[in-house]
Design a protein around this ligand. Structure first.
Ligand code: 1CP
Length: 347
């Protein structure tokens, strides 16, 4: 099926576009009352993720309601630990929780590399249903967590501000850490390839906990595996979003990927200089800017667009949209990108 709106794919490939494409990290779910309605019809989050028809429905909601230029498949990065042998639960108002975690070689020996068709077939099915229902309106983004971020949850067993158990493991058990990170990497490569095979037009790696490592540890325990994934995926453009990894931008220039996501702390012209002209940049409005007035959101969005310039940019926030943001404010952001970036090209 040919895409009617392929702005995102073309911008990711570095091609010129009529205007800047826009979508929001975490646009599916959480901010939309329409999502809550679907979610409340089931007993929980995991049931929704594993229900391809309903997952497709909530994936498409932001395209209909917010007018974004891409859909992102409704799932979670935590489906990979589950497929490897560590199931997760989603505790209401608290977040993910793993009954079993990894703390020894014995624990590691019980894990396996994900068998994607059998363990994650429900995600592939959700992608196929979504593609059919989107009928080429916008591209579909597939995603996975970066190995380091997945490692954090597999060791810690839940969210944390410091992930100090996971970081302790890097010091005390570097060999075990490497083995686990490699198993996650192998699972992730197979998973992303299967998502692409099922219809994903672009894929993104979320390294949400990149910023808690030192620069040297980031090279050894995160970038190394991200580079393997980038080298293995050449079917569609890949985006690496490493939140807080401002120190790794010079090395990101050398990753075999098309797009680098920036968080809102990363200066735009400085990032362009460090990462080079060869990549498309994605981001990076402060998610909190959407708590502002209409005029404030318009001004902040225009300022961001001016700083990135008209080419090789995919407009987004610097991290996921916060759950209590008014969807009307998101629409102002989306509309401003569409209008202002069209004007930028006509002058
Ligand atoms: O019931 C619910 O609605 C639970 C809230 C929720 C949702 C809607 C969670 C729990 N995950 C998701 C879906 C999800 N997660 C998507 C797809 C839909 C969307 O666009 O929102 C995506 C892309 C993710 C990715 C994800 N999950 C990341 C990486 C992105 C980021 O925000 O940094 C991370 C770190 C997770 C783990 C996770 N899942 C859910 C929560 C509350 C968390 C964070 C836990 C923590 O605090 O460490």
């Amino acid at each position: 099926m040919e895409l009617k709106n392929d702005l995102l794919v073309r911008a990711a490939r570095g091609e010129r576009t009529e205007r800047t494409p826009v979508w929001l990290m975490r646009q599916a779910g959480r901010i939309l009352p329409e999502y809550r309605a679907v979610r409340n019809s089931l007993s929980g989050f995991v049931e929704l993720v594993q229900n391809p028809e309903l997952a497709a429905e909530v994936t498409i909601q932001p395209v209909d309601i917010l007018g974004v230029d891409a859909a992102i498949i409704f799932s979670d990065i935590l489906v990979i630990p589950e497929a490897m042998g560590l199931p997760y639960e989603m505790v209401e108002k608290k977040g993910p929780w793993f009954p079993k975690t990894i703390s020894s070689h014995d624990d590691l020996a019980k894990l396996k590399v994900a068998d994607v068709p059998s363990d994650l077939g429900y995600v592939l099915e959700a992608i196929k249903v979504t593609k059919k229902e989107l009928a080429g309106r916008v591209p579909l983004i597939g995603f996975a967590g970066a190995p380091w971020t997945i490692f954090c949850y597999m060791i810690e067993g839940q969210g944390s501000k410091t992930f100090s158990k996971a970081r302790k493991m890097l010091y005390n058990e570097p060999v075990l850490s490497d083995q686990l990170l490699q198993m996650i990497t192998d699972s992730t490569i197979a998973y992303l390839k299967a998502q692409i095979e099922a219809g994903a037009n672009v894929v993104q790696l979320f390294d949400s906990w990149a910023g808690i490592l030192s620069s040297a540890q980031y090279q050894q325990f995160s970038m190394k595996y991200i580079a393997q994934i980038c080298d293995a995926i050449d079917e569609v453009p890949l985006t690496v979003f490493a939140k807080g990894a401002y120190f790794a931008r010079p090395e990101m220039r050398h990753l075999n990927c098309r797009t680098i996501g920036l968080d809102w702390n990363m200066g735009i012209s400085e990032s362009r200089r460090l990462i080079g002209e060869g990549k498309t940049l994605q981001g990076n409005l402060d998610p909190c800017a959407l708590y502002g007035s209409t005029a404030e959101i318009e001004n902040a969005t225009k300022k961001m667009l001016d700083a990135f310039g008209p080419e090789k940019h995919i407009a987004n926030l610097g991290h996921g949209v916060y759950p209590d943001i008014d969807p009307e404010k998101v629409k102002i952001f989306v509309q401003t990108v569409k209008e202002y970036s069209s004007q930028m090209r006509s002058v």
